[in-house]
Write a new protein. Structure first.
Length: 343
């Protein structure tokens, strides 16, 4: 993140935090009592240094997906961090001889091959306690595990989720994205007649685990030509947490993965996850757009992504709010999955 963008984010933080607090107070049972009081503490904490709760180094290493080694140093307010040198990703060896470019398909009824996929990753994560920021590079290798698919009945909300396949059955599979030993995202996905859907999302780090099962399911990719747009919303009936998602097929690209050219769709999207009971708001960073590159002809395999995430949450152990930013890019290193992580 460049200095100008960091300065702009700093100037906008006060208004963004007030808006976030208002959003959290607007949802969930008895929000005027439980979360309204917390939002006052949030505003004070981020406005007055004497009320901020310093984040201990051992907590930082649990929240941020930092590489192995000593915890990063705490920065002065609004300081521009110097990103430590990231070891180069090992060169891909013994790539198979390239074949003709894998032709693009407009949709899929299947899932990616099960196994472990590795992604070359470059980026930075930052955490703030309201007065100080700590930044560290994201580890340069991300492991993604894709499970074998099972067949499930399409639910009663199927019409809102892209329709049931002709068989009435939907493939269901799990994608676990492991950024570090402590930080990962677990998505349960289903393939409907016209989209790839999010059935459940679990966010895990060394401080908390947050799960949301939206109803209806969230459409992450709607099949169609470039220019296709959609807006999908779902609410967890148990926790009242919500996910709001806006997507667009913005381009078709030729991606080279281990010398093999693959045609793929670029999906541009923004999303917001609001969990009033957990007092947490996870959203696409203000003014940014996330992207993911997907190959339907490979069962909807993810070839790469660009992520800009802002996570505002209350940490009961620290007695205050913290804010976490994630900015990184990742690219698939091999099309063929391995049988185990790191292989």
């Amino acid at each position: 993140m460049n200095t100008a963008r960091r300065r702009q984010r700093s100037l906008a933080r006060g208004g963004a935090l007030v808006a976030a607090a208002a959003l959290l107070t607007a949802c969930g049972p008895h929000s005027d009592v439980t979360i309204g009081m917390r939002s006052t503490a949030l505003n004070l904490q981020f406005a007055r240094p004497d009320l901020a709760k310093p984040i201990p180094p051992n907590v930082i290493t649990k929240i941020l997906p930092v590489p192995p080694g000593p915890p990063p140093a705490v920065l002065r307010p609004n300081a521009s961090p110097s990103t430590p040198a990231v070891p180069p990703v090992p060169a891909v060896s013994e790539c198979p001889a390239p074949k003709p470019a894998l032709p693009l398909k407009t949709s899929t009824a299947s899932t990616p091959r099960a196994g472990y996929y590795s992604f070359a990753t470059k980026g930075k994560s930052t955490v703030s306690d309201g007065t100080k920021e700590t930044a560290a590079p994201v580890p340069d290798l991300t492991e993604v595990a894709v499970s074998a698919a099972t067949s499930v009945d399409a639910g009663t909300t199927a019409p809102l989720e892209g329709g049931a396949p002709a068989t009435g059955k939907e493939p269901l599979y799990t994608v676990t994205t492991q950024l570090s030993d402590t930080v990962k995202q677990i998505d349960k996905l289903a393939v409907s007649a016209s989209s790839i859907n999010l059935v459940e999302r679990t966010l895990v780090d060394g401080r908390r685990s947050l799960s949301v099962t939206p109803s209806p399911q969230i459409q992450l990719m709607v099949f169609g030509p470039v220019g296709t747009t959609w807006h999908s919303n779902g609410t967890d009936q148990g926790s009242t947490a919500t996910i709001s998602y806006q997507g667009e097929i913005s381009a078709v690209k030729s991606i080279k993965v281990c010398r093999q050219v693959v045609k793929a769709y670029v999906i541009s999207y923004t999303e917001t996850l609001t969990s009033p009971l957990d007092q947490e708001l996870v959203r696409t960073a203000s003014g940014s757009t996330n992207t993911m590159t997907i190959a339907p002809q490979l069962g909807g395999l993810l070839l790469g992504r660009q992520v800009h995430t802002d996570d505002l949450r209350y940490d009961s152990d620290l007695g205050g709010y913290i804010e976490i930013w994630m900015d990184y890019k990742s690219a698939l290193r091999r099309l063929n999955p391995s049988t185990g992580p790191g292989t």
